[in-house]
Design a protein around this ligand. Structure first.
Ligand code: ATP
Ligand code: MG
Length: 399
């Protein structure tokens, strides 16, 4: 019977001095996620380069879904813990093989021995395990290169662990190890993916949505909240800041050159997002911009838009093709929500011919017709915060 899940955290082993706090954060995140899904606390043991989850008689499958939603986990395996004796290891390796649902025709054993005090070397142990299995089974052969099943044995300080199944995790870095950023979340396909990729690098995000009621409907807002809800599967809570944007859009369209509406509107978005980031102690903004996708996503536009703030802007999708972005959106299950046909605030005030190479001086001249500070402060002041909590089992199959 499996008594542990062995959890690998790959990339973290490279992080030198920070490693301790990274692992501690990862352990906390695993515990929180499992508590959220299964309503219980689990015991986790940390040993050089590995985390062990004690099953205490529970089925390992129960933990696959939550573990596959935690950033920083590279892969995991349901495993059997054995005492450090070659005879015991042989016996349990055979048990592991016999317990498989589909009986293999070929196998190999692969031994790793970080514990150099164990008297049998890895190649010797592989042979001893292999020959023991051959002796105690029928119709089974060794195939070192393309085995149906690979029996892994890890010889650690206090015990050995045996497993055959490696389930892939999300990779990345534990959430909470990279500070905080504000995600500009529209109802489109791109920004939720950008948010997910940023979270994958350990950064906590708060979402911010510009809302132009009554030009955009209540259902457009619902859509954004649903997208945030999907993202909470990878964390425990996401705050969504709903910024009233109607007055600003009306002021822009009534006073500024039509071809600059989008650029000026985005400059306002950035100013407001920066203010809210400051308030929330976030050090970066995140957008779903991708070069060349639309008029406002040329380098010239980015330059003109970026000019109004000093906060760094993370653009995880900047060089990606739409196809790649859509694939990711499907994998993280935001795609079906994103394609719901509700309007976004940008589509309502769409100029016939938006400028692809806006000039900063012209933008400034046009904006001078507006009371920028007041409009920005007003929007920030009237922002509503909605807290979206990760719901128990609010998931649709694991990644
Ligand atoms: P998306 O699919 O994310 O909507 P897009 O390809 O439609 O992106 P744009 O509409 O030009 O591109 O928006 C670029 C980025 O600006 C978005 O990815 C998002 O980060 C931000 N953004 C656009 N509209 C809004 C909004 N109403 N609220 C918050 N952020 C927005
Ligand atoms: Mg959009």
């Amino acid at each position: 019977m499996y008594d542990h899940i062995l959890i690998r955290y790959g990339e973290l082993s490279l992080k030198g001095k920070n490693q301790k706090s990274f692992v501690r954060q990862l352990v906390r995140n695993i515990q929180d996620k499992i508590k959220n899904y299964n309503g219980e606390k689990v015991f986790l043991d940390i040993e050089k380069g590995r985390i062990y989850l004690k099953l205490n008689g529970q089925a390992p499958e129960k933990f696959y879904e939550p573990l596959s939603k935690v950033f920083g986990i590279f892969s995991f395996s349901p495993a059997r813990k054995v005492q450090l004796k070659i005879e015991a290891i042989q016996k349990v390796a055979l048990e592991e093989l016999n317990s498989l649902q589909v009986q293999p025709r070929t196998f190999r054993s692969t031994v790793r021995r970080p514990n150099k005090r164990f008297p049998v070397t890895s190649p010797e142990a592989q042979k001893l395990i292999g020959s023991y299995i051959l002796k105690n089974t029928e119709n089974l052969q060794v195939d070192l290169h393309h085995p149906d099943v690979e029996i892994f044995v890890e010889i650690r300080d206090d015990a050995a662990y045996i497993y055959t199944n490696k389930i892939q995790g999300l990779g990345g870095l534990p959430l909470g190890t990279g500070g905080k950023a504000v995600l500009l979340l529209s109802g489109g396909i791109d920004s939720p993916v950008a948010g997910w990729l940023t979270m994958k690098r350990g950064i906590i995000v708060e979402a911010l949505h510009f809302y132009s009621y009554p030009y955009t409907s209540e259902r457009a807002k619902e859509k954004v909240l649903d997208l945030a809800r999907i993202l909470t599967q990878y964390t425990d809570q996401i705050n969504v800041h709903i910024v009233p944007f109607t007055k600003i859009q009306e002021a822009i369209s009534a006073n500024c050159y039509e071809s600059l509406w989008i650029t000026i509107m985005r400059r306002f978005m950035f100013r407001i997002a920066e203010k809210i980031a400051e308030k929330r102690k976030a050090l970066a903004l995140v957008t779903g911009e991708s070069l060349g996708q639309v008029a406002s996503q040329t380098v010239e536009s980015m330059y003109a838009i970026n000019h109004v703030i000093h906060t760094p802007v993370i653009r995880p999708l900047v060089t990606m093709d739409k196809e790649e972005i859509m694939d990711l959106a499907r994998r993280i299950q935001t795609y079906d929500i994103s394609i719901r046909p509700y309007e976004d605030c940008c589509t309502v005030f769409l100029p016939k011919e938006p400028k692809t190479k806006p000039k900063i001086e012209v933008c400034e001249k046009e904006e001078a017709k507006l009371d920028i500070d007041n409009l920005v402060d007003d929007a920030v002041k009237n922002t509503e915060i909605i807290k979206i909590k990760a719901k128990e089992k609010d998931a649709f199959g694991y990644f």
